[in-house]
Design a protein around this ligand. Structure first.
Ligand SMILES: Cc1ncc(COP(=O)(O)O)c(C=O)c1O
Length: 438
């Protein structure tokens, strides 16, 4: 068990509420975990029984600056006293600053910022709408393991059949294609000799499985929920070439990979490939402020504001926090730290992988790392993956698994402010956890 750090100002637990827990749980639509959280600070979370947990997944991979980053807290406090919300029809200082900052830090071709989305799912739908309106075409090509959101349309566009099974109506015209997952290559190729067959074959999917009217390809440059699949060198560029040859809009969903997660501002920078459109969310909020949006090329403007709009889109409070987040991430040394800590964690986890029989691969970029868990025959083992996450909780580690518990990857994506000391503590705890089941 990881005990509360007596030095921490948030280590003293306070009760969550005076209500009887049993009654409260009866009223939840879904059953939450037993853990009752009272505070968070940096990479740590504190529960009402005084325990401290190291969060390996930065909340929902969105706390780029960790829990309660002091500058975000201060920014939000100041902004809240002034203006929390105004209809996104009007300009405000924070929104104007954010638009300017986003245009400055994004790939140079992405000059237009759309901030009227309430969530990542919403932003992805907006991107599809823009692509459809611009091209006059309908279909959307996405990856088997893609995770693009929770609305009906984005469940339809996401991969993994289990997510679609309960819902009869979704986005029509979606063509799912195999991921660039070299460890488990759909085409049984070796990277050295494959010639990026997985990109070439997308032509066949377009020619034979689509309506012949493809508006866009939407993908995460590194699949998050799908299992931290990092595409091989050249994949994204080849995909962009294919899109440009066929008049298709290439959209990167950078909702997880954006704002420093890969050790660069965007995964587009890491891979050196600029998409025609990009969606963002999660980490831009710094310590959890809800904000999401779309970046596009100039030529893709023209869809009226009311077509992609949400009451909470472009929230002023969140915009102020987002401006501060970009400022912090852009400071000298910040991204270098992400790269150094990420490389250190990856190296330590690879050493650990050699000591246990159930880790097939540790893969990732920056602080977007996945641990691929297999059974004795080398097959993906979702049961063991979930077991490790549950045991981790008992041992003071918050771990999330891929594909909502259907996947075999433990996701190591802590807050980007993680220090080397905290990284070593995380790796020590993971080592103790893994050795306890080996
Ligand atoms: C890559 C990716 N895209 C889209 C989404 C959906 O974002 P939101 O939950 O803000 O709607 C998520 C959320 O997990 C995500 O990881």
């Amino acid at each position: 068990m990881t005990h509360a750090d007596p030095e921490s100002p948030v280590a003293r637990p306070t009760p969550v509420s005076a209500q009887d827990v049993g009654n409260v749980l009866d009223h939840y639509y879904y059953l939450p975990d037993k853990l009752r959280v009272v505070a968070g600070e940096g990479v740590y979370l504190y529960s009402d029984d005084g325990r401290r947990y190291l969060d390996c997944s930065a909340g929902t991979f969105n706390l780029s600056l960790g829990y309660a980053h002091p500058e975000i807290v201060e920014t939000v406090r100041e902004q809240a006293a002034n203006l929390i919300h105004v209809t996104s029809k009007f300009q405000t200082g924070p929104l104007n600053d954010l638009v300017a900052k986003l245009a400055e830090v994004s790939p140079p071709n992405l000059t237009r910022v759309h901030l009227k989305s309430a969530s990542g799912s919403d932003a992805n739908e907006g991107a599809v709408k823009i692509a459809q309106a611009h091209t006059g075409k309908s279909d959307v090509v996405t990856l088997f393991r893609g995770h693009l959101g929770q609305t009906l349309a984005m469940i339809g566009a996401s991969g993994a059949a289990f997510r679609r099974t309960p819902f009869p109506s979704m986005l029509p015209g979606v063509v799912h294609v195999p991921d660039p997952h070299c460890l488990r290559c759909f085409y049984k190729q070796e990277r050295a000799t494959c010639g990026l067959l997985c990109v070439e074959r997308i032509n066949d999917f377009i020619d034979y499985a689509s309506t012949g009217r493809v508006a866009c390809v939407v993908l995460e440059p590194i699949s998050g929920n799908g299992g931290n699949v990092v595409p091989p060198d050249g994949y994204l560029q080849a995909l962009k070439d294919l899109c440009e040859e066929r008049g298709i809009i290439l959209v990167f969903d950078e909702i997880q990979t954006g704002f420093g997660r890969t050790g660069q501002m965007f995964a587009a920078d890491h891979f050196g490939v600029a998409p025609h459109m990009m969606t963002f969310g999660k980490g831009l909020g710094g310590s959890g402020m809800p904000i999401a949006g779309i970046l596009t090329e100039d030529r893709l403007t023209g869809v009226a504001g009311h077509h992609i709009n949400s009451t909470f889109g472009g929230n002023v409070l969140a915009a102020a926090a987002a401006v501060k987040t970009i400022e912090v991430i852009g400071r000298p040394g910040f991204l270098e730290n992400v790269r150094a800590v990420g490389a250190h964690v990856t190296a330590r986890l690879r050493e650990l992988a050699a000591k246990v029989p159930f880790v097939q691969e540790v893969r990732g970029v920056g602080l977007m790392i996945g641990i691929d868990i297999v059974d004795r025959t080398g097959r993906p083992d979702a049961r063991l993956t979930n077991h490790l996450a549950e045991l981790g909780l008992e041992q003071g580690l918050l771990l999330r698994t891929s594909l909502y518990g259907h996947g075999n990857v433990l996701k190591v994506r802590p807050a980007l402010i993680m220090t080397m000391r905290e990284a070593d503590e995380m790796c020590d705890l993971l080592e103790r956890l893994f050795l306890s089941v080996a």
